[in-house]
Design a protein around this ligand. Structure first.
Ligand code: SAM
Length: 189
């Protein structure tokens, strides 16, 4: 699918594969963030909001969620899915150009997005995301690691280490991994 300008068929397939078939997984992943409900959370590369809506459910105690994506069309779909929540911000564009203040999020979550970013842009993007985290903030990166698709864990480990993020845990689930980081206090940004 053309992520920037998906067709009607692409959107239907996106709903089938990401909303319907992954419904249980999405709910589980949102629960595994173990949110208290009052956090500021960013879902980076939120796509059509299939997972974001379950994260939003966890933020019923004064927390808020920001969806960030490059695709206005997918963001439009996400807005419809999340219309009943009043604690959501929607931001379309490059993370470095959205005017989001540094140190303003407790959690940044990024599923299946970093491998879509050009190799020479990945470090800049991960550094931007790290910069948005508050002291003691958490970053969750979920990626695919297949031979012909995704991004190897080693690459993520290098990018995060260069961005002042300290690895807390990594779990491998089949072709995917979930890596959790905290902001390293000694890093300058
Ligand atoms: C495969 S989808 C994943 C959507 C969602 N995270 C999920 O797991 O259901 C990848 C998304 O990343 C977005 N994306 C790609 N490059 C991006 C960037 N530099 N900044 C923000 N979003 C980006 C695409 O527009 C697309 O919506």
């Amino acid at each position: 699918m053309d992520l920037r300008d998906p067709s009607g068929v692409d959107l239907a397939l996106d709903w089938l594969f990401h909303d319907l078939m992954r419904r249980r997984q999405n709910r589980r992943l949102a629960e595994e963030l173990e949110l208290g409900g009052q956090e500021r959370v960013m879902d980076f590369g939120s796509g059509s909001g299939a997972l974001s809506r379950y994260i939003a459910h966890q933020l019923r105690d004064g927390g808020s969620l920001t969806l960030v994506d490059l695709s206005p069309k997918l963001m439009g779909v996400a807005k419809k899915k999340l219309r009943r929540f009043n604690n959501i911000e929607y931001k379309v564009g490059d993370i470095g150009k959205l005017g989001i203040p540094d140190k303003s999020y407790d959690v940044v979550h990024a599923r299946h997005v970093l491998h879509h970013i050009a190799e020479n842009q990945r470090l800049r993007v991960v550094q931007e995301l790290s910069g948005k985290l508050k002291k003691n903030g958490w970053m969750f990166i979920r990626e695919v690691s297949k031979k012909d698709h995704g991004i190897p864990l080693k690459v993520i480990q290098t990018l995060t280490a260069k961005s002042g993020l300290k690895e807390v845990s990594t779990q491998i689930e089949g072709d995917e991994y979930i890596a959790i980081y905290t902001k390293n206090q000694k890093h300058k940004k």
